[in-house]
Design a protein around this ligand. Structure first.
Ligand SMILES: Nc1ncnc2c1ncn2[C@@H]1O[C@H](COP(=O)(O)OP(=O)(O)O)[C@@H](O)[C@H]1O
Ligand SMILES: O=C(O)C1=C[C@@H](OP(=O)(O)O)[C@@H](O)[C@H](O)C1
Ligand SMILES: [Mg+2]
Length: 170
């Protein structure tokens, strides 16, 4: 398996965590598009949203995804909104194996509760936001996914083992 692997899915699905572990298992280079954006900008995601708006963040995200998806033999964890732009969906779908990590809104809330780094969830009702995002984005995730993995009630190690088996069958 020499194709790159791209992880997509909603906030708290485990893309960043599982991407890193999977890259170690596969001995692939690991990238997290959010981290690359932050490093290049010299600021964190809340700062970018604050100063440039979500639109500014999406511009940065598109250019990083276009660049990174051209690399071979990497694991790339994307941000939850990476599938919003058609250009991103096309690059992800055509340049590697796309894995959709899905999880319930309840798990998303539990896993993101202590982390202040997600501006879209800094609201009085993060549950309503996550439900709306699910309605909008689940069809987009499905439209580009080669493999869909449920991560509720499964620890990251278990998810990796399942993923490795599924990737070998690809
Ligand atoms: N399968 C899992 N089971 C339990 N906790 C998880 C799982 N996957 C991720 N987590 C935890 O959830 C939090 C969010 O994970 P993260 O990888 O940042 O998600 P994402 O990048 O998809 O937003 C982290 O604290 C991580 O340790
Ligand atoms: O769902 C989204 O639109 C976002 C998800 C975040 O990444 P994670 O999915 O890794 O939390 C990050 O890219 C940004 O806060 C926007
Ligand atoms: Mg992440």
């Amino acid at each position: 398996m020499t194709q790159s692997v791209f992880l997509i899915g909603p906030m708290g699905a485990g893309k960043s965590t599982i991407g890193r572990l999977l890259s170690q298992e596969l001995k692939f280079e690991f990238y997290d598009s959010d981290k690359v954006i932050e490093d290049r900008c010299g600021a964190d995601i809340p700062w970018i949203f604050d100063k440039e708006g979500e639109a500014g963040f999406r511009e940065r995200e598109e250019s990083v995804i276009d660049e990174l998806t051209q690399q071979k033999g990497i694991v790339l964890s994307t941000g939850g909104g990476a599938v919003l732009r058609a250009e991103n969906r096309q690059h992800l779908a055509s340049r590697g194996t796309v894995i959709y990590l899905c999880t319930s809104v309840e798990q998303q809330l539990a896993r993101t509760a202590r982390d202040r780094n997600r501006p879209l969830l800094q609201t009085a009702n993060p549950e309503a936001v996550l439900r709306k995002l699910f309605e909008e984005r689940d069809p987009l995730y499905r439209s580009v996914a080669d493999i869909i993995i449920e991560t509720d009630q499964r620890n990251p190690r278990w998810v990796i083992q399942d993923l490795k088996k599924r990737l070998e069958g690809e």
